[in-house]
Design a binder for this molecule. Structure first.
Ligand SMILES: [Zn+2]
Length: 372
């Protein structure tokens, strides 16, 4: 690495120990118009972690182009390390510009070169935009626990409406999928307890999470313009929901969230990526269907929030879904210490027969108008 003077900054970072990262609610998000143009004029030479489409969209807003550009195609640790080691330039700032993969890689690059980080998400599709940690991957396999992961608290997150509202709407509403997917824990908990044996504390945790979800589901439609398109208020609501999410998280042993494990297994089994917030929403729907805890309601709530979940829309074939679920079943079985081990998907794995029923449920009312 040829960088690096270390500017004075109050923010932490490191190649391990990511549990020290700031909680999401303490991250500053700056919302506004023309923010990128204004702020990039003050940046020192910077390295950008991005994708070709995000960088192209952002270029007209950047006061100066980046000193070095890394197009992030994978979060595999060795790939990231090779990319930053061969970046031949001087930089004093790392900018994450794009979706979840770009902002996650930017954390690693900032930690590796020990310089400050500014996050400029071009979509609000995942909680990664307000988290300091970035998971460590071998290929598509998440490895180690949070204390082994790299992290970098950003100076702030910059959400420039001009940039974010340019993106296909579903990439933004996917962010609400990454929030509402936590319904999977509620479904698991309810299917075990049916409210009868639960202590008051447990019930209170579940109820507050449900209330959080309901408040988002009722607020979202009011942020849309008369044609049903996203507005600045929608972007704000999505980003703020992602930020508020962690504080509402339920961590009961009986309320595991297998939705994220589903996404990882799906991607690993099929060796391709899907949109994070959409795939975890589908994961939550599968859990709630399997637990028989209001899956139709969840589907309709996701529709209300314009979160895509239908396999057809996500381009997930029947075979790919089966591959993902089969691998998930195996992974849940083999990880007795994981929180998700308590999932009904482990205790009563989906049989081939039951998978057929699931597939018809997921495709039953595919409405081309609302799901197109
Ligand atoms: Zn997530």
């Amino acid at each position: 690495v040829t960088a690096v003077e270390i500017p004075v900054t109050g923010k932490g970072r490191g190649l391990s120990g990511s549990s020290r990262a700031l909680p999401a609610e303490e991250i500053e998000i700056r919302f506004g118009h023309g923010l990128l143009a204004e702020e990039s004029a003050t940046w020192p030479p910077y390295l950008v972690a991005t994708s070709p489409s995000a960088y192209r969209a952002a270029l007209p807003h950047l006061a100066t182009p980046a000193a070095a550009v890394i197009y992030v195609e994978s979060l595999d640790s060795k790939t990231l390390r090779a990319a930053i080691e061969t970046a031949a330039c001087q930089w004093k700032l790392v900018v994450g510009l794009g979706g979840g993969m770009a902002v996650d890689a930017a954390k690693y690059f900032a930690a590796f070169s020990d310089v400050p980080l500014v996050q400029v998400p071009t979509i609000v599709s995942t909680g990664a935009i307000v988290h300091g940690y970035c998971g460590s991957y071998e290929g598509r396999r998440l490895v180690g626990d949070r204390d082994r992961w790299a992290w970098a608290d950003c100076e702030h997150v910059l959400l420039d409406y001009e940039l974010v509202l340019q993106a296909p709407p579903h990439l933004n509403t996917a962010g609400l999928g990454d929030v509402l997917c936590e319904y999977s824990g509620i479904a698991e908990w309810r299917s075990r307890n049916h409210q009868t044996h639960a202590g008051r504390t447990e019930l209170a945790e579940i109820v507050q999470l449900e209330a959080f979800h309901r408040s988002i589901i009722s607020a979202f439609p009011r942020t849309l313009d008369p044609q049903g398109a996203l507005t600045e208020a929608s972007i704000c609501l999505i980003a703020e929901s992602l930020q508020a999410r962690d504080a509402h998280r339920v961590s009961l042993p009986c309320a595991p969230n297998a939705d994220h494990a589903f996404l990882l297994a799906l991607e690993q089994a099929n060796d391709r990526s899907w949109i994070h917030g959409e795939a975890v929403a589908l994961g939550a729907l599968i859990v709630s269907w399997h637990c028989d805890e209001a899956p139709t309601q969840l589907a309709s709530d996701l529709d209300t929030c314009q979160v895509r979940w239908c396999p057809g829309q996500l381009s997930i074939s029947k075979e790919q879904l089966w591959n993902g679920i089969s691998l998930l079943t195996k992974q849940l079985r083999d990880a007795p210490d994981a929180h998700e081990h308590a999932s009904l998907l482990h205790r009563r794995p989906l049989t081939a027969n039951r998978f057929e029923q699931l597939w018809s449920f997921l495709n039953q009312d595919a409405d081309p108008e609302s799901r197109g």
